[in-house]
Design a protein around this ligand. Structure first.
Ligand code: PLP
Length: 364
């Protein structure tokens, strides 16, 4: 079987030797992973000093976010253990992934969402994949607490990132980056919500370094939304708020692991405002052709903030060494949440269905 064929069969097939699976584990996959690492000439030019910026576009996973990498493993292991049902708390993307992989495995999926705080695209996914959707009168942190409690007493597998199989699957993104660049990047920037992903990336980088598959670890820079920044402020945020609903989390499950990744890598946790997030989302789409959801744009907003001397940034761009390779993970697809950009869509140009009028209106 060719290397390319292996890639096309999902992260368990591609990285079986590094994951907690055996020959008898039933692999539930939608060919997730192997996402593009896209070079960004315009971001590279902004950073300067011969640095190269790459965008790991996780929105191209089967359900439109990186959550698929962890979910293939979590659902495969749950089925291996005999689970008939899985449950998760979600800001939207975990539920989309859990519902899709549960459908594939023919088991029941229950999702607990904060009522009214999920983008329509993500809600539609949970329904169309056939999940039971419960909208609670509370936030994500309340939903996760309830899911933990239900998982303790009921025969239902929890597939949130407190399930260690999730982080195992998600670490494969680091493996892909190392294989594509020939080594780990110098700096890795990503959005932080529940902090599972930054922990998983760090785990993947440490693992490949330990195996001699890379020669260094990157500096890890995590960005939280200013209104939902518990790790940055070092305290639980009771009522987190941000337009970036996927990182609207006040009490991250992997808080300690994220702090460890930051400390060991010499990195930082910083914040970006909703205005900076939306500006970065629009900038990335209109300059590089990559449309991501608001939470994902936090990594780009974070890189841009690191370059601005007036921003009060936690990590200074002048610490990016000459010739650095910088990877920004953009975690989910922009079409998940098109409502966020609907103001941009208001300026259509009305015209008669006539060639001459159209040419006049477009200035030709
Ligand atoms: C889940 C998610 C995040 C946050 O990841 P954590 O592991 O919770 O830190 C960021 N962006 C998107 C699009 C997500 O779905």
């Amino acid at each position: 079987m060719s290397f390319r064929t292996l890639h096309d069969r999902g992260v368990i097939a591609r990285y079986r030797a590094f994951l907690p699976v055996t020959e008898t584990t039933p692999v539930v996959s939608l060919n997730e992973g192997s996402t593009p690492l896209i070079h960004s000439p315009k971001l590279s030019a902004k950073v300067g000093r011969n640095c190269q910026v790459f965008i790991k576009y996780e929105g191209l996973n089967p359900t439109g976010s990186f959550k698929d990498r962890g979910m293939t493993l979590a659902i495969s292991k749950a089925v291996e253990r005999g689970a008939q049902a899985v449950i998760c708390a979600s800001t939207g993307n975990t539920s989309a992934a859990a519902a899709a992989y549960a459908a594939r495995a023919s088991i029941t999926c229950i999702v607990l969402l904060p009522a009214g705080k999920i983008s329509f695209g993500k809600l539609a996914q949970a329904f169309v994949y056939g999940a039971k959707v419960v909208a609670i009168d509370g936030n994500f942190d309340d939903a996760l607490r309830l899911v933990r409690e239900i998982g303790e007493t009921e025969p239902i597998a929890v597939v949130n990132s407190i399930n260690p199989d999730r982080l195992q699957g998600q670490k494969t993104a680091s493996f892909e980056i190392i294989e594509e660049l020939g080594d780990a990047p110098d700096v890795h920037i990503l959005p932080v919500g529940n902090a599972g992903n930054i922990s998983a990336y760090w785990m993947g980088y440490e693992e490949f370094l330990g195996l001699g598959r890379s020669k260094k670890n990157p500096v890890m820079l995590g960005f939280q939304a200013a209104g939902s920044a518990p790790i940055f402020h070092k305290r639980i945020i009771e009522a987190p708020e941000t337009v970036a609903t996927a990182i609207r989390i006040g009490n991250p499950a992997s808080w300690d692991k994220a702090n460890e990744a930051i400390a060991k890598s010499g990195g930082a946790i910083d914040i970006v405002t909703d205005a900076e997030i939306l500006a970065a989302q629009y900038w990335l789409a209109s300059n590089e052709g990559i449309f991501v959801e608001p939470a994902s744009a936090a990594s780009i907003a974070g890189l841009l903030k690191s370059l601005d001397p007036a921003s009060g940034r936690a990590y200074e761009a002048n610490r990016f060494p000459e010739g650095s390779k910088i990877v920004c993970t953009v975690t989910g697809h922009g079409l998940k949440d098109p409502d966020v950009v609907k103001d941009l869509c208001g300026s259509v140009i009305p015209a008669k269905a006539e060639r001459s009028e159209i040419l006049r209106l477009i200035g030709q």
